[in-house]
Design a protein around this ligand. Sequence first.
Ligand SMILES: Cc1cc2nc3c(=O)[nH]c(=O)nc-3n(C[C@H](O)[C@H](O)[C@H](O)COP(=O)(O)OP(=O)(O)OC[C@H]3O[C@@H](n4cnc5c(N)ncnc54)[C@H](O)[C@@H]3O)c2cc1C
Length: 493
Amino acid sequence: MNPKSVIIIGAGIGGITAATHLARSGLRVAVIEKNARPGGRCNRFNREGHQFDTGPSLFVMPLLYEAEFGALGSSMHEQLDLQRVDPTYHLVFDDGSRLALTSDMKSMREQLESIQPGSFRGLQDYLQEGERHYHLVLNRLVNRNFRKAFDFFNPRNLDLIFRLKPLINHYQNMSAYFDEPRLKLAFTFQDVYMGLSPFEAPATYSMMPYSELAHGVWYPKGGMYRVVESLTDLARQAGVEFIFNSAVERIDVNATHARGVRLADGSHLDADVVLANADLPYVYQHLLPQDRMARALSRKRFSCSVISFFWGVDRVYEALSPHTLFLADDYRENFDSIIRDLSLPANPSIYLHAPARLDPSMAPRGQDTLIAVVPVGHLSENGEQNWDKLRDQARRHVFRRLRTLGISDIEAHIKFEEAFTPISWAKRYNLMKGSTHGLSHTLTQMGYLRPSNRHPHYKNLYFVGASTHPGTGMPTAMVSGRLVAERIKAEAG
Ligand SMILES: Cc1cc2nc3c(=O)[nH]c(=O)nc-3n(C[C@H](O)[C@H](O)[C@H](O)COP(=O)(O)OP(=O)(O)OC[C@H]3O[C@@H](n4cnc5c(N)ncnc54)[C@H](O)[C@@H]3O)c2cc1C
């Protein structure tokens, strides 16, 4: 194959990144996006002067972004005006006690020792383990393609079974560091970002709290959507063509190859290579002829979903820090309810984001922009979930938890509300089961065991994004874009 043209289905972060790499190596690249703007899950809307990032709000793993902007011939610091968010999160527990996670180790020592004497030593040991995991995971699992089973299952990788603790669950592993349940919560809730419960996530994921404290959580001036804007600019400079408001209805294939795509208006576009950034299980299910793989994928484990509320309020809530997390004591019940029962927990954990604390331009002067996110189960097969009812219950839980911070007048100050349920995520971005993080990151859905970034049968059909390798997250989507572009170039050459 000596490809000249590539069609990319979807302008998510993975699609835009791959497009730029491919265009920079001389290919003709067109990105076809069903929505009116790029970004996919990382999106934004503006209403009455309030700016809402509708998906990601945490700029984590800055070293990955730095490397990926560098690989695109640019620089993260040139592209983004970043400020460090420290404390990263303000945690509020059910009993009203609080913990501000910060890289200021003096403050961490004081706070932890007052919760459980001797626990600061536990934190230091835990962070050391997180650091080991972080480097091993990035070097040996994330930053590379797995084309053959042997790339993954080989004697050189055997040590990872011992060094990454993949067979021990994260929560159980916390007993080695802390006795106090609140501290176990404080350093495992990040597993939700992988769409996992800490009771099933491998202890490997201690890398996340480590990276947040060691490398920081950041915020780009102008909001998270600035990342999409800068990537789209780089893509355009490289010559990528974007076609918006245009849904791909199917991928045209013959026995061995993809020939191009058919759009919703009936037109056909030819391409030497087709790269799907739309959610991988959705592509197998809806854009390709039905086969065994499509059925197998629908039975895989999907990450949870969220109900998100976007509120424009007519006063400022200074008491709210940029990232507040209300964590529920009945932690296990919480995850069981989300992951096993596909529902809303009786006492859900809640994340509240107040972006105007970081960048005043996110709200009109004297007003506030608030985003509340409540993790819930993904869409069930039987369609029995009543999302209107669950959304209303979730809203009441947010108001209830806000009262514990002394905020009891919010209902009277909300000027307008927009809300997303799992149905919204599914419709807006074609996310299978409305699952916000795609296929979950269990042991059997990682590395070579995650669906490959090339179709096993159609040799010129590739995949990029959260449900393929390496997985969910904005910087990870950039890695995914680089890896698939490298693979296309290697296999085409
Ligand atoms: C609520 C939420 C919070 C998150 N928080 C964070 C966070 O704080 N930090 C972080 O790093 N990550 C976070 N993430 C994860 C991160 O947003 C994603 O992992 C990443 O953006 C996924 O990028 P992607 O390349 O998979 O593309 P997607 O975002 O999945 O984009 C795919 C694109 O394909 C388009 N498409 C689909 N079907 C078609 C079709 N038939 N024709 C044309 N176009 C099509 C879609 O419209 C979409 O634009 C969050 C995600 C969500 C949903």
